[in-house]
Design a protein around this ligand. Structure first.
Ligand SMILES: Nc1ncnc2c1ncn2[C@@H]1O[C@H](COP(=O)(O)OP(=O)(O)OP(=O)(O)O)[C@@H](O)[C@H]1O
Length: 228
């Protein structure tokens, strides 16, 4: 039996009192790479926010990385976030410290203490995104694509069971988007489960994979037609 990493049953997503998506029934299994697509304003970010505990799941049932979204309390959110790796469109790196310090900051905040172990972990994740030589650079000394790779490395620090990437290529030009996508594909090939929200259809065509679509307040799986 494949391991289910995310499951929503009859779930509805709200922004305050307004309904964004209703009656969602989806499953994501370990090792999958899943896209979440949809026009702007259809609810991709709201969907992602519900998954990482930024919005409460008020209706329906949800289970993610073994945690129940329905009974999620404020105090459990850090625990949930440690089991997830979240990547944002705007990278969200700390500009007042270099790459290594950005990563160590997250390790410390998530309970790491041993200096050697932290250093080793930083090297390990930077290697995964091919940025091992950039550990002393400050974010503003890096290109957008490089910054996003660091953000992906940061998401990998606590060996997440699921990576949630919300428009990770949204601020990047097409060539750089492909480079970042290659990194995500490689991470997925190494066993990481990834849910990626995007409106970049060129990437979907180049890297076809299971696709969920937000449209008309619903989320449904779309079957990509094979070319030819
Ligand atoms: N903080 C908020 N408070 C109230 N309503 C919001 C908030 N954020 C988003 N919304 C509304 O929720 C709906 C879904 O927005 P959301 O940002 O989830 O869509 P999206 O598909 O991610 O769009 P985009 O691709 O532009 O990021 C929109 O109607 C939006 O106006």
């Amino acid at each position: 039996m494949p391991e289910v990493i995310l499951e929503l049953n009859n779930a509805s997503i709200f922004q305050r009192e307004s309904l964004v998506l209703s009656d969602i029934n989806i499953q994501i299994e370990k090792g999958e790479f899943v896209y979440l697509i949809g026009k702007t304003g259809t609810g991709k970010s709201s969907f992602m926010k519900t998954l990482y505990g930024d919005l409460p799941l008020k209706e329906g049932r949800g289970k993610i990385v073994g945690m129940d979204l329905n009974s999620l309390k404020e105090k459990n959110i850090p625990h949930l976030r440690r089991k997830l790796g979240v990547v944002f469109q705007d990278f969200k790196l700390l500009n007042d410290r270099n790459v290594e310090q950005n990563l160590i900051f997250v390790l410390r905040a998530t309970g790491w203490k041993d200096k050697d172990k932290m250093k080793n972990k930083v090297v390990e994740v930077l290697d995964k995104v091919d940025m091992k030589t950039k550990n002393f650079k400050f974010p503003y000394q890096l290109s957008g694509g490089e910054q996003q790779r660091i953000a992906i490395a940061r998401a990998l620090l606590n060996d997440p069971e699921l990576i949630l990437a919300d428009e990770p290529t949204g601020n990047l030009d097409p060539q750089t988007s492909v480079e970042v996508m290659e990194v995500l594909q490689e991470i997925n090939r190494n066993g990481n489960t990834i849910l990626m929200a995007t409106h970049d259809y060129a990437l979907l065509l180049k890297y076809p994979s299971k696709t969920l679509k937000c449209d008309g307040q619903k989320v449904f799986e779309v079957i990509q037609k094979k070319a030819g």
